[in-house]
Design a protein around this ligand. Structure first.
Ligand code: C5P
Length: 222
């Protein structure tokens, strides 16, 4: 029998990756980070010096590039044209560029088609912004994971660890806010919960509580 598609959407820093990784392990599914694909597009664009607002140039680049997501115990290993770029995709300039290239409908169409192929047989947890609304509107399970902007910023700040050369808490929160606004306000596939998504607000929950909620939702909907 067919294993389900679990769609996890929400703003940056809500804990999607942690929960996706947990659910994948718990239910024997592959965890796929759709955001890594937009990050890979951004990285290649930066390397080539393509303007991030040049949709045709970005789309023709994206059409021929090969992005592979390899699920591991903690997130995806990402190959870009065969090169392991996993660490570089987390860099700040790549993160910001990913947010910018992802507004373009032609870029999105290519990524969405690739994501649909990856999940066509079921058996995946895919996290992103438009998984339950656009990529897999018929996903068996849809979770929209949210938290207050303050909580998300704080968690992201603690995650990177306050040390020399690290951005301040305010800088982290500011950056998160900018990406969020862009995701929510873009014309193409804006960030919003699917009508049939189960909302989980993790602001006042512990990680274990969020895991338990997510697990219960999968068990109920599967
Ligand atoms: O999830 P992650 O932070 O890695 O995603 C990077 C960027 O890619 C996000 O800021 C968002 O703008 C974009 N994205 C998207 N649609 C998705 C996943 C990510 O637009 N399904």
């Amino acid at each position: 029998d067919r294993k389900p598609v679990v769609a996890i959407d929400g703003p940056s820093g809500a804990g999607k990756s942690t929960i996706a990784t947990f659910l994948a392990k718990r239910f024997g599914l592959l965890n796929l980070e759709s955001g890594a694909m937009y990050r890979a597009v951004a990285l290649k664009a930066l390397r080539l010096g393509l303007p991030l607002d040049d949709e045709p140039a970005l789309a023709s680049m994206a059409e021929t590039m090969v992005i592979e997501l390899q699920p591991t115990e903690n997130g995806n290993r990402v190959l870009l044209d065969g090169e392991d770029v996993t660490a570089q995709l987390r860099e700040k300039d790549v993160t910001q560029a990913a947010s910018k290239v992802s507004v373009h409908p032609k870029v999105r169409a290519l990524m969405v088609a690739a994501q649909q192929r990856m999940g066509a047989q079921g058996g995946v947890v895919m996290e992103g912004r438009d998984i339950g609304t656009v990529v897999f509107p018929k996903a068996e399970v849809k979770i929209f994971l949210d938290a207050s902007a303050d909580a998300r910023g704080y968690r992201r700040f603690v995650q990177t660890g306050p040390s020399e050369g690290q951005p301040t808490e305010d800088a982290v929160k500011q950056e998160l806010r900018e990406r969020d606004e862009r995701d929510r306000n873009r014309a193409e596939s804006p960030l919003k919960p699917a009508e049939d998504a189960v909302l989980v607000d993790s602001t006042a929950l512990t990680l274990d509580e969020v895991k338990a909620r997510a697990e219960a939702i999968v068990l109920e909907k599967w």
